[in-house]
Design a binder for this molecule. Structure first.
Ligand code: GLU
Length: 411
């Protein structure tokens, strides 16, 4: 089954429970548009390589489309469409005035020089420029993209528009209109979601243990912020290796080690474990913060965590969800748990539109209250419908989308 069809399984369950008018459900099941572009890039050796990129706008019902751009060798159009659909639902759950979008380029950025990466980035912006903009579709970072790449994109788009266009993209460097708190925002949201989930389970955060799969932006910030609250981080992994230490790892030091060595492997005092093993450790909190489809029917029964907080998009398959639910594992779904990033992206956009900047404390306190509120709504919905939190999150999203469609006169 392709990933887009798989992603719709909990959505169908939510549609059934929330008794949406059929028109609304049908609209949500397809992206509004998906663009495929070819990207010729002059390489450093003088040859030309043609890359493929995508931008999918799933919905603009609640506002302009919004979502990140990833650079990865395994990007497919179906994956990007699925990620765009998740963005629509994520923004609706968070209560943001946005629809959903996602973009991607099929490339392993580690194989490109900095100059090649910049030329690829600028070519991609040139090719999708006609469908993006501060009131149309607002990109952001995602897997293997960062503030520096957003800065190039902002520069290229501003050149095309012939004017300064900071609000067309979020996750920018602070000096180009980025927001304080945006870099840590997704990890901060994971921390808030983990704290709320443990409260519902009557487990105290301090003294609990955590394993984090993926040590990029989301995983490293989740680990650091949970560590700051007294959570023992017993294992972390990156795309190549996984490390474990029963006494707990200091994620700040692991980050320094990774910066110097390119991997978490070999961190002093840690032992190497298998990359599947990290998901199956006896921990309180498991944070999958890597890629899609990591927790499947094959390993779900082996998971011993009490709570899973999905830092990644789509790490758990629908079959695994049922197994975890049956075993009493509370799964805080991606469209709620990792909504902190896009929430602070929204703050960045608001600041850019107003040409007025907030302090980090303002950003953090607004983010905290929005996420606690979203968590409460989803949790209460799950209790009301007797569903898991993923289906409940879709119910919350669907209700907002259906109401907006109704008042737009779409059915
Ligand atoms: N890429 C992030 C996500 O998947 C952030 C998107 C954004 O800030 O627009 O939620």
């Amino acid at each position: 089954m392709n990933i887009f069809e798989m992603a719709k399984i909990p959505l169908e369950e939510a549609i059934g429970l929330s008794k949406l008018v059929p028109g609304a459900a049908a609209v949500i099941e397809q992206p509004e548009r998906t663009l495929e572009v070819s990207l010729p890039v002059k390489m450093d050796d003088g040859t030309v390589r043609v890359f493929t990129g995508y931008r999918s706008q799933h919905s603009t019902v609640l506002g302009p489309a919004k979502g990140g751009i990833r650079y990865h060798q395994n990007v497919t159009m179906d994956e990007i469409k699925t990620l765009a659909f998740w963005m629509t639902c994520k923004c609706a759950v968070a209560g943001l005035p946005y629809g959903g979008a996602k973009g991607g380029i099929i490339v392993n950025p580690a194989e490109l020089s900095e100059g090649e990466l910049e030329r690829l980035t600028r070519t991609y912006v040139d090719k999708i420029a006609f469908i993006i903009g501060e009131r149309k579709d607002i990109p952001a970072p995602d897997v293997n993209t960062n503030a520096k790449i957003m800065g190039w994109m902002m520069d290229e788009f501003s050149k095309i528009a012939g004017q300064y266009e900071p609000a067309f993209i979020t996750g920018k460097p602070i000096c180009l209109g980025g927001s304080l708190g945006r870099n840590a925002a997704t990890g901060y949201g994971v921390k808030v979601a983990a704290a709320e989930a443990l409260k519902r389970k009557n487990i105290s955060l301090a003294g609990s243990t955590c394993a984090v799969q993926g040590f990029g932006n989301v995983g490293s910030w989740s680990a650091k912020l949970l560590y700051d609250l007294g959570v023992k981080i017993v294992a972390v992994s990156d795309s190549r290796s996984a490390i474990f230490c029963a006494e707990g790892l200091n994620p700040y030091e692991v980050e320094n080690h990774k910066e110097m060595n390119g991997t978490v492997a070999g961190f002093a005092g840690s032992q190497a474990i298998g990359s599947e093993e990290i998901l199956e450790l006896d921990v309180t909190i498991l944070v999958p913060a890597a890629l899609e489809l990591q927790i499947t029917k094959d390993n779900a029964a082996k998971i011993r965590a009490r709570v899973i907080v999905e830092g990644a998009n789509g790490p758990t398959t629908p079959e695994a969800d049922k197994i975890l639910d049956g075993n009493g594992v509370l799964v805080v779904p991606d469209i709620l748990a990792n909504g902190g990033g896009v929430t602070v992206s929204y703050f960045e956009w608001v600041q850019n539109l107003n040409r007025h900047f907030w302090t980090e404390a303002e950003v953090v306190s607004k983010q905290e209250s929005m996420m606690v509120n979203a968590f409460r709504q989803v949790y209460d919905t799950s209790v009301k419908f007797g569903s898991d939190m993923r289906v409940a999150a879709y119910i919350v999203a669907l209700n907002r989308l259906a109401e907006a469609m109704k008042y737009r006169g779409m059915f």
